[in-house]
Design a protein around this ligand. Structure first.
Ligand SMILES: Nc1ncnc2c1ncn2[C@@H]1O[C@H](COP(=O)(O)OP(=O)(O)O)[C@@H](O)[C@H]1O
Ligand SMILES: [Mg+2]
Length: 226
C-alpha cells in the first residue's frame, strides 16, 4: 500500500468555533492505481490534496505514506518527503517564469541534491516523455497553456515519485490540451505510475481507473471502472 489514511479530520478555526472541513476520511491507494476524486466546489478537494501531498497536516487521524507515518514528521522531513516521494501537478502550472522548460523540470532535482549533468539529462528525458523535446529552451511565456502543463508534468515525474498528485490538471486548459494531458496520464498509468487526480469534472474523472467522490468533506465510493 502506497497510501493509507485512517479517520483523517481537518478543522479550521471559524469565528469562535471550528469548521469541520474533512470528516473521518479513509483512503487506501495501492501501487499502480489511477484514482480520481470528484466533488463540487467547496467540498474539500484541495484541502484533502494538501494533506495527501504533505503540504498541510491533519487535525486528527493517521496517514501512512509508503508505510511511513507522516503525521509525526517535522517541516524539514515533510519537505524531503514531498521532494523524494511526490510529484505535483496544479491547475495553474506553477512554473517559474524566468526559467526555461529544461530548468523548470530540473529544479526539483537541484533541491534533491542531484549533480548538474544528471539533472539536465533526466530533465531532457522527462521532457521527451511529455513530447516537448523541441521546446526545452522555451520559457513559459513562449509556450501554450497545454505545453506549460506538460512541462509541469515533466517536472512532477522527473524525480520518479511514488505518487503523482494532480489538482484540477485540466482546469485552465482548452479541451484539446486537456485531452492531451489525459492521454499523458493514461500513458504514465500504463507504465506503472500511481496517480491521484482531483477534479470537479466528471468527463475528466472518467479517465481514471477508479473513482471516489467527496461531498461536504465526506469521502465515499471507490468504484472500479476497469
Ligand atoms: N485555510 C482555510 N481556513 C478556513 N476555511 C478554509 C480554508 N481552506 C479552505 N477552507 C474551506 O474549506 C472548504 C473546502 O475548501 P477546498 O478544499 O478548497 O474545496 P474544493 O477544492 O473542493 O473547492 C471551503 O468551505 C473553504 O471555504
Ligand atoms: Mg480546489
Amino acid at each position: 500500500m502506497i497510501l493509507e489514511m485512517r479517520d483523517i479530520c481537518k478543522d479550521y478555526p471559524m469565528g469562535k468555533g471550528v469548521a469541520h472541513i474533512l470528516k473521518n476520511v479513509n483512503l487506501d491507494v495501492e501501487e499502480g492505481e489511477y484514482l480520481a476524486i470528484m466533488g463540487p466546489s467547496g467540498s474539500g478537494k484541495t484541502t484533502l490534496m494538501n494533506l495527501i501531498g504533505c503540504l498541510d497536516v491533519p487535525t486528527s487521524g493517521s496517514y501512512l505514506l509508503g508505510g511511513r507515518d507522516v503525521t509525526t514528521c517535522n517541516n524539514k522531513q515533510l519537505a524531503e518527503v514531498r521532494n523524494k516521494e511526490l510529484g505535483f501537478v496544479f491547475q495553474s502550472f506553477n512554473l517559474l517564469p524566468k526559467l526555461t522548460a529544461l530548468e523548470n523540470v530540473a529544479l526539483p532535482l537541484l533541491y534533491g541534491g542531484v549533480k548538474k549533468a544528471e539533472r539536465l539529462e533526466r530533465a531532457r528525458a522527462a521532457l521527451e516523455t511529455v513530447g516537448l523535446s523541441d521546446r526545452v529552451e522555451h520559457r513559459p511565456d513562449q509556450l501554450s497553456g497545454g505545453q506549460c502543463q506538460r512541462v509541469a508534468i515533466a517536472r512532477a515525474i522527473v524525480g520518479k515519485p511514488k505518487l503523482l498528485l494532480a489538482d484540477e490538471p485540466t482546469g485552465a486548459l482548452d479541451s484539446a490540451s486537456g485531452a492531451a494531458v489525459m492521454e499523458l496520464f493514461r500513458q504514465l498509468h500504463e507504465s506503472g505510475s500511481t496517480i491521484i487526480m482531483i477534479t470537479h469534472d466528471r468527463s475528466i474523472a472518467k479517465h481514471a481507473a477508479k473513482l471516489m467522490t467527496i461531498r461536504d468533506g465526506v469521502l465515499s465510493g471507490g468504484d472500479d471502472y476497469e
